[in-house]
Design a protein around this ligand. Structure first.
Ligand SMILES: C[S@@+](CC[C@H](N)C(=O)[O-])C[C@H]1O[C@@H](n2cnc3c(N)ncnc32)[C@H](O)[C@@H]1O
Length: 239
């Protein structure tokens, strides 16, 4: 099975907290000033961002194509008294609702999960349709440098109290694709999952955004590994 289904129960344990902290410090204040009426997070995973914004009082919606991730997101809010949050199991490309949002976000390589330029165009036009006029779309991409040098061809273990993960990565420069296989060893269980992420040039993304009717507000490089940006954060406005 491809996707996050099998690894969903481990996701919140191995995901890098620094990533969320860095993003929240970027978003709070100017980028998402909490004046908007509602917030939509695409590829929401276990719902970190919608939960954060719902707690601050915004109506928040999270969408993900993996049912198991959505179930975990729902479980995280089960005991909270939040009536302004919704999690929807759906593919981003075909998702449709009459609601229009002030902010749409999409974080942690979600864009790199789309492997063709035509899917990127579809994705951007669907986001455009679901934003209110003047609304903002904020998302990140893992850069080509991040794929090639930070991951590259590598193999390493990560250790947790009750499980360990073997990460194996392969960079294919002809296809501009990074394949990451993770094996989780938990007691007697071994869970294996493979992800293929596609590298896009910043310029390609900017052109597709303009074609879809977005105006670029800024592109912020993120330096988790100091020497070069491993990620770029795009901040665009619906025009
Ligand atoms: C690396 S996780 C990021 C999760 C979350 N955004 C976060 O910051 O923790 C990527 C997520 O994107 C979701 N995803 C990938 N392609 C998708 C699609 N076409 N439609 C909906 N969700 C998708 C996956 O199921 C997965 O939960």
């Amino acid at each position: 099975m491809k996707g996050y289904a099998k690894i969903a129960p481990y996701y919140d344990r191995f995901v890098n907290d620094d990533f969320y902290k860095t993003l929240l410090s970027y978003l709070s204040g100017k980028v998402i000033p909490l004046h908007g009426s509602n917030f939509l997070d695409l590829g929401t995973g276990t719902g970190f961002f919608p939960i954060y914004y719902a707690k601050l009082g915004m109506r928040s919606v999270g969408i993900d194509k993996d049912k198991e991730m959505i179930e975990i997101a729902k479980g995280r809010v089960k005991d909270e008294e939040l009536d302004n949050i919704e999690f929807i199991h759906h593919n981003i490309l075909s998702f449709k609702t009459n609601e229009r949002f002030s902010y749409v976000t999409m974080f942690f390589d979600v864009l790199n999960h789309f492997h063709t330029a035509s899917d990127i165009s579809k994705l951007f036009s669907n986001v455009h349709e679901h934003l209110e006029d003047g609304g903002f779309f904020i998302f990140d991409i893992l850069s080509q440098w991040g794929m090639k040098k930070m991951w590259g061809n590598d193999k390493f273990y990560e250790y947790y109290d009750d499980f360990k993960i073997l990460w194996v990565s392969q960079w294919d420069s002809s296809k501009q694709c990074l394949t990451v296989t993770m094996k989780i060893f938990s007691g007697k269980q071994v869970i294996k999952e493979t992800f293929i992420e596609k590298a896009y040039q910043r310029k390609t993304i900017e052109e597709k955004l303009a074609d879809a009717g977005f105006e670029l507000q800024g592109v912020t490089p993120l330096f988790f590994f100091k020497r070069r940006p491993s990620r770029y954060l795009f901040h665009v406005k619906k025009i």
